[in-house]
Structures are given as structure tokens and as C-alpha cells.
Design a protein. Structure first.
Length: 130
């Protein structure tokens, strides 16, 4: 399990999951759940998905990590497919419509020796997770 440390740009292995963000006013309307899911991100106009992992998710959006070599920019529209590996089932896949959202923020994240890109997406429509 990945965990974000008290330092927002460092991810620690094998530690309890804590998410620390810079002190800004909370604007979320829905509670965030620390949930690690596989996510395929397809920026609109692209064909190949970018594979990433969620760090947290809510009805209104999610935060995920992808390799830093992948091009995801603030304002970019995306189709998102989520897969729960523990339950071995898709939550939403591209063939069934997936979810659509807009990237609202990005920042670099250090994961061990690797540089990752963290991205926050706001969903077009609320999603409901069991």
C-alpha cells in the first residue's frame, strides 16, 4: 500500500496511509476515502490510456499518481476507468462509459527513487462508491 507522508512530495512504503496537503481552505463537498485503485486515464483526443493508481477518491473527484513522463496538464479533459483489484472487478470501465472529469491540479511526487506526477481530477458527475 502506498502512503503519502507528512511531506506532500514523498510517498512511503509500508506505512499507515496519511494524506497531507498544503494548508488551503477545504472546498470539497464530499468526504474523501483513502482508496487505492487502478485507474486508466485517457485524455480526450488520445487513444492510449495512461495507467495510474488512486490515492484517494470522493463522489466529486480523485487524486492519483502516474509516471512523471506522462503528459497530464491542468485543464485537460479525461475519461477515467477504475478497477478494484481486491474485488477483481471494474468499478467503471471505458466500454461501459467510464467517468469523465477535468484535471484541476498537478504536482511532482517522489516515490522511492522514482518521480511521479500527482493529479487531482474533478468528476463531471458525482460517482457513488459502495
Amino acid at each position: 500500500m502506498l502512503a503519502i507522508s507528512e511531506h506532500p512530495n514523498q510517498i512511503l512504503e509500508s506505512t499507515p496511509r496519511t494524506v497531507s496537503r498544503p494548508a488551503t481552505p477545504e472546498r470539497r463537498e464530499a468526504e474523501r476515502l483513502a482508496r487505492e485503485l487502478s485507474v486508466n486515464i485517457i485524455p480526450l483526443g488520445f487513444v492510449e490510456p495512461i495507467v495510474g493508481r488512486t490515492c484517494d477518491i470522493s463522489e466529486g473527484g480523485m487524486f492519483f499518481l502516474v509516471p512523471s513522463s506522462k503528459a497530464i496538464a491542468v485543464g485537460q479533459r479525461c475519461e477515467l476507468a477504475l478497477f478494484d483489484e481486491a474485488a477483481q472487478k471494474p468499478i467503471a470501465d471505458i466500454d461501459s462509459g467510464g467517468y469523465f472529469g477535468t484535471v484541476i491540479r498537478t504536482h511532482p511526487v517522489t516515490h522511492g527513487e522514482s518521480q511521479m506526477l500527482g493529479a487531482g481530477v474533478r468528476f463531471d458527475q458525482p460517482i457513488f462508491l459502495a
